[in-house]
Design a protein around this ligand. Structure first.
Ligand code: PHE
Ligand code: ZN
Length: 860
């Protein structure tokens, strides 16, 4: 089973390249099954010895090798390399290969997405196009000629600027592109097809005019404007915030239906999953609008953090991803509500990143050991990576952080560098010693911070003792103390007495506060100032005090989450560290007072009315009884709906009805309304009103809000509305994904037979990652009742599918296997049912390296 594909690579083995390539000329003649690629490179030997040139290549048919124009025979084709020997010190290498894009279902390299051709090269997909030194520290200038049939592919796109184009025989044409900025091959892109084109332009701060072009499927033009507007906002923001301007004369974005990830930052030619481009009020929710804006910004920000300065090797991925996620988060916070943004980010950390840390794939934000690089585009590298950058920002301040960024670009523009280089620039620009801080890059796991307070009335002194401890993880037994910024608020009867950031650097430290007139309530880790778990040992009345009086609205939300969590775990009999819970009546009264503030701060109140997700709760306890926890959550929601029916209705009735616009006030009001419907939808007497909420809606946010409420609340209503939804959207697969997802996450007894029916739907296809994620991803990640069914049927069901998906698209299979690998918090019966399925997977002939890596680690 273990073969060359399953080899591991280590960060410590990095060696600078023996040969470099500074110029690349690609000639790509597009045919569905027989695309010809001629790659001509200027190669130079860098090493002193005469070692051969080892080029990467996968699934290529080699046609010829020439050196300085003459046929070359001194080479060997191996499984995934081409080894060329006897070479001069510098030479022109020409390699001709043939590839089969129409049969490339992995969506890596050159493939067909519907009627169009497109490429995906990050991380190691360029080697599926031609033999090359496929590593990010080889940076070259590219000149690319694309040939294709003119009527089927009127647009032939690649990176940079057009330098030539013309007609060819047989109805074909060509376009030649030149990208003046040296880049690693993972940023190469090619797209060929027929599209609707939206054009615009942007004038940079220094007065250069940039053409903006957005390519979408024919007929989808009207759904492209939000993406284009988002791009302009992102361009302006990066100029204002970091002084960073766009550098080419043209910026292109293409939306495609078949894509493994969200989007890709190829130089001057981003390729997007159409899910993160297309939107109008009818078909997209407020969340969709939000995510489009943030992904568009993310890819745009990569132009500096990723493209101009790139990664030396793939272990450094967080250099570009953690930083770029942080940048897009700051952008989103500036565009809309910083608070709601922060809450969503923290939910992602607690739901998914803490789970990754606690599971078999745990790794530092800069991994040390990798088998399949595609498995390391993780919440740890991305989201925890962004949290680490955020801590630097907290530590150095807005201006200090900016100084560090400026120095980073001054030093490294045009280079492929490491995470250490980034931190060093931050350190040198601020004369701030970051030696200890660097441990965040090498240590995996979620630190546990404990707090205890001691008040001395006589001395008017409060002593706060903080300890930190990081439990061992699957990849790392020994842990050391980290530098942890702890936002601290001390609350008295009259409100906040102290607000400060403490810096915890040792295993245990005591901080002394003077002139404190009363025993304070501690409100710690405000704004989630570090990616840690906090236990402060306070009781639920202290927690209620924070809910009512903390300055930091994030802390108010967070205290409410803890109250809910302690209550639910107590009801479910979970094992773990929980405070004596608040009474049910206590929660009702808290919610009632929140409802009274709802019209003044709809965004905050909406989030505070939401219980922690089931997935977040799972991370908080051991030996979880899935059914008991699910039922406890459900029961509390029902009790709250019954107790607060009138208060909730009153708020719903006060919320104004307005024609749909994606605008902050409206977004917050819709959010509040739909959170309230999640409660009211549970009551029989409101089913007619819930249906009206669906049918009267002029926008997808409210339609989906009604559907979610029905999904949790009333089976008949749910079934009726789902039929209506399908009738309306059956010809629009992107919108229908929401419907697949709702079906797959519905806690129904006949869940698996429903999934079978859905997989036969005319819009469903195992080859399209969006469809697969909507159906099977929603089931495995968000249907705890069905997935964790006691008889193991959910685990078996997913495994059957994974065995079918893996040969089609290993990356998609490897992502979907995650819920089967994160079983630490489950009971032992479920663990063993899962193990049985993991063994079945491992025994699959020709299992991909992607799935092998995760499954073999899970089986330990
Ligand atoms: N680099 C892309 C991003 O962060 C993600 C990506 C990775 C896309 C690998 C495709 C393949 O936006
Ligand atoms: Zn990115």
């Amino acid at each position: 089973m273990q073969n060359a594909r399953h080899a591991i690579k280590r960060r410590s083995d990095y060696q600078s390249p023996a040969y470099v390539i500074q110029h690349v000329e690609l000639d790509i003649d597009l045919y569905p099954h027989e695309t010809r690629v001629i790659c001509t490179t200027q190669v130079e030997r860098k090493s002193a010895d005469q070692q051969p040139l080892v080029l990467d290549g996968v699934d290529l048919q080699l046609l010829s090798v020439r050196v300085n124009g003459a046929d070359w025979t001194n080479y060997v084709e191996k499984e995934q390399t081409l080894v060329v020997d006897g070479l001069p010190d510098a030479f022109t290498l020409t390699i001709e290969t043939q590839i089969d894009p129409a049969n490339n279902s992995s969506l890596e390299g050159l493939y067909k997405s519907g009627d169009a051709y497109c490429t995906q090269c990050e991380a190691e997909g360029f080697r599926k196009i031609t033999y090359f030194l496929d590593r990010p520290d080889i940076m070259a200038e590219y000149r690319v000629t694309v040939r294709g049939n003119k009527s089927a592919y009127p647009y032939l796109l690649s990176n940079g600027n057009v330098v030539a184009k013309g007609e060819l025989d047989d109805g074909r044409h060509f376009v030649t592109w030149h990208d003046p900025f040296p880049k690693p091959c993972y940023l190469f892109a090619l797209v060929a097809g027929d599209f609707d084109l939206l054009s615009d332009n942007f004038v940079t701060a220094s007065g250069r005019e940039v053409a903006l072009e957005l390519y979408v499927d024919k007929g989808k033009r009207e759904r492209g404007y939000h993406a284009l507007d988002s791009l302009k906002r992102a361009m302006a923001w990066d100029e204002q915030t970091f002084g960073l301007e766009y550098d080419l004369d043209i910026y292109m974005i293409v939306a495609v239906d078949f894509f493994n990830m969200g989007a890709m930052e190829n130089k001057g030619l981003n390729v997007f999953n159409s899910k993160y481009v297309l939107a109008d009020g009818q078909s997209a929710t407020d969340d969709d609008y939000f995510h489009i804006e943030s992904v568009i910004a993310h890819e745009y920000f990569h132009n500096w953090t990723g493209n101009r300065v790139t990664c030396r090797d793939w272990f450094q991925l967080s250099l570009k991803e953690g930083l770029t996620v942080f940048r897009d988060q700051q952008f989103s916070a500036d565009m809309a509500s910083p608070l709601v943004n922060r809450i969503n980010q923290v939910n992602v950390m607690r739901e998914h990143q803490f789970a990754e840390d606690a599971g078999p794939m745990s790794h530092p934000i800069r991994p040390d050991v990798v088998m399949e690089m595609n498995n390391f585009y993780t919440v740890t590298v991305y989201d925890k990576g962004a949290e680490v950058i955020r801590m630097l920002h907290t530590l150095l301040g807005v201006q200090g952080f900016r100084r560090g960024m400026d120095l980073y670009f001054e030093r490294h523009d045009g280079q492929a560098v490491t995470c250490d280089d980034f931190v060093q620039a931050m350190q040198d620009a601020n004369q701030h010693d970051l030696t200890l801080f660097k441990r965040w890059y090498s240590q995996s796991g979620t630190p546990v911070v404990r707090a205890s307070g001691e008040y001395d009335q006589q001395a008017r002194q409060f002593k706060l003792t903080l300890t930190q401890h990081t439990p061992a993880t699957a990849d790392q037994a020994e842990k050391q103390p980290l530098m942890i910024p702890v936002n601290t608020e001390l609350l008295g009867n009259q409100g906040t007495m102290v607000q400060t950031v403490l810096s915890l650097t040792q295993a245990q430290q005591t901080f002394v506060f003077d002139n404190i007139d009363q025993a304070p309530v501690m409100s710690l880790l405000g704004n989630f100032s570090a990616p840690v778990r906090l236990y402060d040992g306070q009781n639920s009345s202290a927690r209620q005090h924070i809910v009512m009086y903390a300055n930091d609205p994030f802390s108010r939300w967070d205290a409410m989450q803890t109250l809910y969590g302690d209550y639910l775990h107590c009801q479910a009999g979970s094992a773990g560290e929980f405070a004596e819970p608040i009474s049910t009546a206590g929660i009702v009264e808290l919610q009632r007072s929140l409802l009274n503030q709802a019209m003044d701060s709809p965004a905050l109140v909406a989030e505070m009315l939401c219980l922690p997700s089931f997935e977040t709760l799972v991370q908080q306890a051991e030996q979880i009884d899935v059914d008991a926890l699910f039922d406890a959550r459900n029961a509390l929601l029902n009790q709250l709906a019954e107790a607060l029916e009138q208060d909730m209705l009153a708020v719903v009735q006060q919320l104004p009805a307005q024609a749909y616009d994606y605008q902050q006030n409206q977004v917050e009001q819709r959010r509040l309304r739909n959170v309230l419907w999640l409660y009211l939808g549970r009551l029989d007497q409101h089913q007619a009103a819930l249906k009206s909420h669906y049918h009267d809606a002029d926008n997808m946010t409210d339609c989906l809000g009604a559907l979610r409420a029905a999904q949790e609340g009333n089976e008949q209503t749910f079934d009726q509305l789902m039929v209506a939804f399908e009738q309306r959207w059956q010809d629009d697969p992107l919108v229908l994904d929401k419907w697949f997802g709702l079906h797959a996450s519905a806690p129904r007894k006949d869940c698996l037979s429903r999934l079978d029916l859905l997989s036969g739907h005319k819009q469903f296809s195992l080859n399209n990652p969006n469809r697969v994620r909507a159906l099977l991803g929603s089931f495995a990640f968000y249907n705890p009742k069905g997935f964790h069914a006691k008889d193991g049927s959910g685990y078996r069901y997913l495994t059957d599918y994974l065995k079918r998906i893996d040969p089609i698209n290993p990356q998609v299979a490897a992502r979907l296997v995650t819920p089967l690998t994160q079983f630490r918090h489950l009971d032992s019966e479920r663990k063993s049912l899962i193990e049985t399925q993991l063994h079945r997977l491992l025994d699959t002939p020709n299992l991909s390296g992607d799935v092998f890596e995760k499954v073999s680690k899970a089986l330990g």
